[in-house]
Design a protein around this ligand. Structure first.
Ligand SMILES: [Zn+2]
Length: 235
């Protein structure tokens, strides 16, 4: 059936912590572990990847090694290569992030899913189901458009999954949520990905989708499309 990959590209904080620029996702490792446990409890195999390089450093720590592991320019880091190597046996990829949860980060919502255009054919229906279920808990939630990594900042990990034909979504947990609320969301996501129709895609359908996603990405590169809503967001 394939494994569930859980990635946390912004898991590692720079020396001195996240700072005002939110240089790491402080709640994401905990959320990812809750998600991994919820998936394992349902009998599936999880591979959890916690990012090992901070995406930025504060000025006083100049010289520390940085790379935003969710960007195309960091595609050749050992961490990204390790994630890529597991895509062939993946059933789903869940890319886990956390944001401050204030009005500037996703309108203060408790939970957001981002999908690039090329993720929608495989992951869109599942993402909508998850958002509806999270809203029923009374938690503000939305499905938003992410950015493809066509030469500008973008959500590179879920884009790479699409190219490999693997359903993937980027999950943003608010850092204002408590552990119990994160747990409820983790259960919803785990149940949804393990019952989704995309999970039973044939190898042939995945190859066809992968070809489409590659085509969509190169067309976008050529067109230089207008920026969408998560340009420069640092979550
Ligand atoms: Zn993040």
């Amino acid at each position: 059936m394939g494994n569930i990959l859980v990635t946390v590209p912004h898991a590692t904080c720079p020396p001195g912590g996240p700072g005002p620029d939110h240089l790491c996702d402080i709640a994401a490792p905990a959320a990812a572990r809750q998600l991994a446990a919820a998936v394992r409890a349902r009998g599936a195999v999880v591979e959890l990847f916690l990012g090992d390089i901070p995406r930025g450093c504060r000025l006083q720590h100049r010289g520390c090694r940085v790379c935003d592991l969710n960007r195309m320019r960091c595609a050749d880091t050992p961490w990204r290569r390790a994630v890529r190597a597991t895509l062939a046996r993946a059933r789903w990829l869940l890319d886990v992030h956390s944001s401050p949860g204030d009005a500037r980060s996703f309108g203060g919502r408790g939970f957001v899913i981002l999908l690039n255009a090329e993720n929608r054919p495989l992951a869109g229906a599942t993402a909508r189901r998850v958002i509806a279920a999270v809203r029923r808990l009374g938690i503000g939630a939305a499905l938003l458009r992410g950015r493809s990594p066509d030469g500008r900042p973008g959500n590179a990990i879920i884009a790479e999954a699409a190219i490999a034909g693997v359903p993937a979504m980027l999950l943003e947990f608010s850092e204002r949520l408590g552990a119990a609320e994160r747990q409820q969301i983790a259960e919803i996501v785990a149940a949804a990905v393990l019952t989704t129709r995309a999970a039973v895609l044939t190898a042939r359908a995945r190859r066809a989708h992968s070809k489409q996603a590659r085509g969509a990405l190169s067309r976008k590169r050529a067109k230089r499309t207008a920026p969408t809503n998560n340009e420069n967001q640092h979550y």
